[in-house]
Design a protein. Structure first.
Length: 637
């Protein structure tokens, strides 16, 4: 019997040259063709794609398939039956028969569906048969999620809808006048400038006449860009914009600047952009001058990158989604987040030159004043601006439930001197013999606490399969430890590198030479010195009682999970591993979804604030003065 620690599915499928999405799923074939395979197909297609290995148990035991030909026929018969699955995304090259230790596995690659193909669903009703994937596996989509996918699949722009009972009285006259002035300065002789207010709005897509239904009125885009506070909140109750600046190292200072909807200004997108862009530019060390009309003058590539990221969040947001637009300025990074999902795959996004926009009228409005383009070059400009300063590559990630897209622009050296010296001390002369990409992989794992295929692709621009080979090579050398075999495979530096100079292996080839010493199983990450079992027995009993709602419910609502974490950390320091064990969650899932955001929003404090990525990092509840500054939950912002 092949046990999980001897089976690396990534190495098994590597020769197939398939794009690695980081999503792998094991399916048992002991009881025949598994019906749950179709839920996983729908979920992968509606998320980022992935690979299903049929004939492998959940624990990694390979039981194989007795009759591969029969299973293949069943698969093709079902996926081509429109009564069972609405769309077949696969071709013959997406199924492969693999041999491992004398047993046969069927590998099935499920591609990511395009925005026009989604949702991929089972049965006849998309509202009942649509699935997606998150950190905990396949889940059944809510009606709201399905309707959002259906809306995104339409050729009609999300912001072109006419708002009944809204009109020119709901437009902030000053905002429209300021926009007209910027338009005139940018395009002096443009014919639209001579239009009256309604005429200009019509040209821009802010006012629409539907000839088919003989209806006309203010559109969602017109209201978002130029509307008054009261009108926007009435028409779009989920709308929210928020700028947060925290440039002080003093934990008692929550925000050094904050701009949100507070009744003192008209919080439409035009006003939000003009106020926020100045704040984002303020502390950039590269020279920059604004003219009297707030146009860029002598603009650098860094300023252009920041502007692109801000406009990108505004024109791609789902304004019916939760959380609103949140822009954060921190000492060494910018974070731009908006509700919604990416309309293209991450691979297409990295390649650039693909223009898919959720709000095309808003895009036009920003384009006409010179601060947006329709060429799909935003990612290239952001990356180019950061490369000009030799900073670490910007990266994008998606969150689900609720759907959000995050862009993070770190202002940190591509290879920080501290990290390079650290790795040089750890691995000695072998470090100098590594390739440039291998070095980037280790640096990313050191600086960001882990590295995965997608992140290293964003850093280097290399092909997914090449990146997988590089990461697996570093694992085989003992320089990285692989965490996870199925969902979201990640790699980190071995635990020994954090335990002092006396225990550091100077030669990569000498690190973890024995197969038994390599932590192949995710569960082993909870067995370190900071395990919950090292707490006092009485304290464990109390903490387990607090954590019980999370331990019993794998899909606990984010707000409830956040409250449980706050209660656990109230008056004590707990490490990531202790929290992960108490809450029965994967350590990285917990850190990404909860611990890091709660620290950034002042709800938790770090034991080692100057080294947030320490493997033994611990958390406690922030002081009451901090907490009173912000009553809203991170997941409600």
């Amino acid at each position: 019997m092949i046990q999980s620690q001897n089976f690396n599915p990534i190495e098994l499928i590597l020769p197939l040259e398939w794009e690695e999405s980081g999503e792998l799923e094991f399916k048992s074939a002991r009881g025949g063709f598994p019906k749950s395979l179709w839920e996983t197909y729908s979920a992968m297609a509606n998320t980022h794609g992935g690979v299903i290995l049929l004939g492998v148990e959940d624990d990694g035991e390979i039981t194989g398939i007795a009759d591969p030909a029969k299973f293949k026929k069943t698969f093709w018969d079902t996926i081509n039956n429109r009564g069972k699955v609405n769309v077949n995304l696969l071709s013959e090259s997406d199924i492969a028969t693999l041999k491992h230790d004398g047993k046969t596995i069927l590998a099935i690659r499920a591609p990511q569906a395009s925005r026009y193909q989604r949702p991929i669903y089972l049965g006849q009703n998309p509202l009942l048969g649509t699935y997606r994937r998150n950190y905990e596996g396949d889940y059944h989509c809510s009606e709201k999620e399905v309707r959002r996918m259906l809306s995104d699949s339409s050729d009609e722009s999300a912001d072109s809808r006419i708002l009944e009972h809204f009109g020119m009285q709901d437009i902030d006259v000053l905002s429209l006048q300021q926009y007209r002035n910027r338009f005139r300065s940018h395009k002096l002789n443009h014919p639209w400038i001579n239009e009256d207010d309604k005429g200009l709005l019509t040209k821009l897509g802010g006012w629409y006449h539907d000839r088919k239904n003989n209806q006309e009125g203010l559109t969602v885009a017109g209201l978002l860009m130029f509307g008054t506070d009261d009108a926007i909140r009435e028409a779009l109750p989920q709308y929210h914009v928020d700028y947060r600046e925290k440039m002080s190292a003093d934990p008692a200072i929550r925000w050094t600047d904050r701009l949100t909807i507070d009744g003192t200004w008209q919080p439409n997108l035009f006003q939000f952009y003009t106020k926020v862009i100045l704040r984002l530019y303020a502390d950039l060390k590269t020279p920059f001058i604004l003219d009297k009309d707030l146009f860029r003058k002598g603009e650098t590539e860094v300023h252009e990158a920041v502007r692109e990221a801000l406009v990108n969040a505004l024109i791609h947001a789902d304004y019916a989604g939760m959380g609103g637009i949140v822009i954060e300025k921190l000492p060494h990074r910018f974070i731009f987040s908006n509700p919604g999902t990416l309309l293209v795959s991450l691979d297409q996004l990295l390649q650039g030159n693909i223009s898919e926009c959720r709000n095309k009228a808003l895009q036009t409005m920003f384009t006409m004043i010179g601060i947006a383009e329709k060429a799909g070059s935003g990612m290239d400009k952001i990356r180019k601006g950061w490369e000009s300063q030799h900073w670490r590559a910007p990266f994008v990630k998606e969150q689900m439930q609720p759907d959000r897209v995050y862009w993070e622009l770190p202002m940190m050296s591509l290879i920080p001197e501290e990290s390079e010296a650290h790795l040089q001390a750890l691995f000695g002369d072998e470090f100098r013999r590594l390739s440039k990409i291998e070095v980037q992989g280790l640096v990313t794992a050191d600086v960001e606490n882990f590295v995965d295929n997608m992140r290293l692709r964003q850093v280097t621009g290399n092909h997914a399969t090449d990146i997988t080979r590089i990461l697996q090579g570093l694992v085989s050398k003992g320089a990285l430890v692989q965490e996870g075999r199925t969902r979201g495979t990640r790699y980190r530096l071995p635990d020994s590198v954090y335990k002092g100079a006396d225990s550091v292996h100077k030669d990569i080839d000498s690190v973890y030479k024995g197969a038994d010493s390599v932590h192949k199983d995710i569960d082993s990450v909870y067995k370190g010195a900071d395990s919950v079992h090292n707490l006092r027995e009485v304290e464990i009993e109390v903490l387990e009682g607090i954590a019980m709602p999370a331990r019993k419910n794998k899909r606990l609502a984010p707000q409830q999970m956040e409250q449980v974490i706050k209660e656990l950390c109230d008056g004590r320091w707990l490490s990531r591993r202790q929290l992960a064990e108490l809450l029965n969650r994967h350590i990285d899932t917990l850190r990404i979804r909860f611990l890091t955001p709660m620290v950034e929003h002042g709800l938790l404090a770090l034991r080692y604030p100057d080294k947030p990525n320490r493997v033994d990092q611990a958390y406690t509840l922030a002081n009451s003065a901090d907490r009173d500054c912000e009553a809203l939950s991170v997941h409600k912002l």
